[in-house]
Write a protein that binds this ligand. Structure first.
Ligand code: SF4
Length: 98
């Protein structure tokens, strides 16, 4: 199997990141400054809606319970209990963009 440059870079960064899960199932961010700028948060219990698991910037990781966000302003492991201000999915409508 040939790895793309993106997946190779992700594997290196994930391997270097010891991950902790918070009390609501989200990952504790591996970079607090990027998390703050992106407003990366863990959703409250019972709230799903928009989350990392249904965002265009998430990449699943084979054999891992978490995923990886490739948005340049996040660039860290995430899971579907989290969301940030950069969330997007095909079909979303921004009425203010005309
Ligand atoms: S852009 Fe935000 S919502 Fe989307 S996967 Fe990354 S952290 Fe999650």
């Amino acid at each position: 199997m040939q790895l793309t440059q993106e997946s190779r870079a992700i594997r290196v960064r994930v391997a270097a990141s010891p991950l902790q899960v918070d009390r609501q199932g989200g990952l504790v961010p591996t970079d607090m400054e990027r998390a703050r700028k992106a407003d990366l948060l863990t959703l409250p219990p019972g709230v799903d809606g928009t989350n990392c698991g249904n965002c265009v910037f998430v990449r699943s990781l084979k054999g891992k319970r978490h995923s990886y966000c490739v948005h340049k302003e996040v660039d860290m492991p995430v899971n579907n209990r989290e969301c940030c201000k950069h969330w997007f999915a095909k079909g979303a409508i921004r009425h203010f963009e005309g």
